[in-house]
Design a protein around this ligand. Structure first.
Ligand SMILES: [Zn+2]
Length: 402
């Protein structure tokens, strides 16, 4: 039996199904107290996520027509998120689809199974999927593929008004809240007025109307230096998170970062700091060390201060589009070399292995700047934003071609 030219109205299917029905279909255990309205919590459906055993990892709005959900593990979330159809895929496969997008055959198969569930039919072996055009979806994947638009050119009036948001940011100690001051003291580059002005970062004071108030704000630019997004870092995250754990992990797990809505900005498509690739001051660094890759904003900013060219993933794992971008930048500006400098802890080392593999597969020379164990474990559990000048000088010796 071959189905032809058939539409699945995936939004209707998602509206009609409950999370319990979908979990039942794939044998996924929901928490005993999982409710039937509003925001609920459940374990992450991705087996590799540290939140797969924790009932509070994923928030899901079960009253929402499409049941949007997101994993909040680690500071950034593990990346798993989407609508009910994506949740179904993850429950079935124990992971997000390759590239994080549910398209083509994978989408079709999942949508069919959910449709059968609505109709109370047993699931049959998948017939050949119809042409992609016949599946009335996938708004989300289309959104994901779209390049980020500079704020100045956005259709969204609010977004356009944010072009010079950094004019409201402050960096002098007197202007910082106690938590912001503590955050910046642990990352001294953030107290250098010259550096913060250049890279357009600073603290959004509590008196401002901005949704980023009381956050440390980082500006993500395109290659030409046009702002694409402003990202907030909760300066009280460590305290908030500790309190949340102390109180038995009830309520919403605090977020470390505040990224704009995915419709407005897709961080998976950008590498933070890319606007500096063509700056002459980094030519020497690019020649000597290639392009360095780090995880976070403040890591890149510390290397920037040291005159070392790096880009940051804004996460602890490269996405597919970021991998392509990194490979292109390495070939163009880095002499085909990338110095991998994830955080020197267990999670960072895991990510670094994946990054090395991705680069080597593309014949880019990826080398390990440090790791938890390299140099006798000297840098274990360190992040690049805490590097001293002397430490970098020492590391740099190992970052030049031998
Ligand atoms: Zn997760």
């Amino acid at each position: 039996m071959v189905e032809k030219q058939r539409l699945i109205d995936i939004d209707d299917v998602q509206r009609r199904l409950s999370v319990e029905q979908v979990a039942g279909l794939y044998g996924f255990a929901l928490p005993a107290d999982f409710g039937s309205s509003g925001e609920q919590r459940m374990p992450c459906p991705c087996k590799e996520c540290s939140g797969s055993g924790d009932d509070k990892s994923v928030s899901i709005n079960v009253s929402d027509d499409v049941k949007r959900w997101k994993c909040h593990r680690e500071g950034y979330g593990c990346g798993a998120q989407g609508r009910l159809v994506m949740l179904a895929y993850c429950m079935k496969h124990g992971m997000m689809p390759p590239g994080g997008k549910l398209t083509g055959d994978a989408f079709w198969e999942t949508a069919r199974e959910l449709e059968a569930l609505v109709e109370g039919k047993p699931i049959q072996d998948s017939p050949a999927p119809p042409g992609r055009d016949n599946v009335r979806d996938n708004v989300r994947s289309v959104v994901e593929k779209q390049a980020n638009v500079p704020l100045a050119e956005s259709d969204n009036e609010n977004a356009r008004s944010l072009v010079s948001l950094d004019e409201k940011l402050v960096t002098t100690l007197d202007d910082l809240s106690p938590a912001a001051s503590a955050y910046a003291r642990r990352r001294p580059s953030l107290l250098s007025e010259q550096v913060t002005g250049e890279v357009r970062t600073g603290f959004m004071p509590g008196r401002e109307k901005s949704s980023l108030r009381n956050n440390w704000v980082y500006g993500v630019m395109n290659r030409d230096g046009q702002p694409l997004a402003w990202v907030g870092r909760n300066v009280k995250y460590e305290d908030d998170h500790q309190e949340w754990i102390t109180k038995g992990r009830h309520g919403r797990e605090p977020n470390k970062y505040r990224f704009p809505n995915e419709k407005l900005f897709r961080r998976s498509l950008e590498l933070y700091g890319q606007e500096w690739l063509d700056d002459p001051r980094f030519e020497k660094s690019l020649q000597e060390h290639g392009l360095l890759l780090v995880e976070g904003f403040s890591d890149r900013i510390r290397l920037h201060e040291l005159g070392v060219m790096s880009v940051a993933m804004m996460s602890n794992k490269l996405t597919d589009p970021q991998t392509e971008l990194l490979i292109g930048y390495a070939r163009e500006k880095g002499g085909n070399r990338v110095g991998i400098m994830h955080d020197a802890d267990a999670k960072g080392d895991e990510g670094a292995k994946e990054t090395l593999w991705r680069l080597h597969q593309a014949d880019v020379e990826g080398y390990l700047v440090w790791s938890g164990k390299k140099f006798g474990g000297q840098y274990a559990d360190r992040q690049p934003d805490s590097l001293t000048n002397e430490e970098w000088e020492e590391l740099a010796i190992h970052c030049s071609p031998r």
